[in-house]
Design a protein around this ligand. Structure first.
Ligand code: THU
Length: 134
């Protein structure tokens, strides 16, 4: 699965977005170490704070299927410039593969690639939990 194909998969996932409140549809395709691809779209809710981003939908699908290590994630929006994952999604993705590739693309063909630890350095992690009274 090359990076261009992963973007195509994210665009397909985007077509299933449930975004009646923001009208901002997002698609994600997460490539596991196994080579399997997990699709995600944003799923909004009338209680706005219950909305789940496309990236976390893909991630939770993957983990619930037993895959916990990832090569890359592609995120697709219909914007002028590529859109990076939000802070909550960065933290949740970093739990599993802090160095995964992040490919941000638009429907009109703009594309940027970086790594999660560049977008999100010094993630809070399990090492930060040790040593206290908690
Ligand atoms: N959204 C995502 O799905 N991923 C992101 O990284 C940014 C935001 C969704 C959440 C909400 O449904 C809509 O985009 C507007 O914020």
């Amino acid at each position: 699965m090359d990076r261009r194909e992963l973007v195509t998969e994210a665009a397909k996932a985007r077509s299933r977005a449930y975004a009646p409140y923001s009208s901002f549809a997002v698609g994600a395709a997460l490539l596991g170490k196994s080579g399997r691809v997990y699709h995600g779209c944003n799923v909004e809710n009338a209680s706005y704070g219950a909305t789940i981003c496309a990236e976390r939908v893909a991630l939770t699908k993957a983990v619930s299927e037993g895959e916990t290590e990832f090569q890359a994630i592609a995120v697709v929006c219909d914007t002028a410039e590529p859109v990076p994952p939000c802070g909550i999604c960065r933290q949740v993705l970093a739990e599993f593969s802090p160095r995964m590739e992040v490919i941000m693309a638009t429907l009109r063909g703009e594309c940027e690639t970086t790594r999660l630890d560049v977008l999100y350095p010094n993630a809070f992690g399990t090492a930060n939990l040790g040593g206290g009274d908690n």
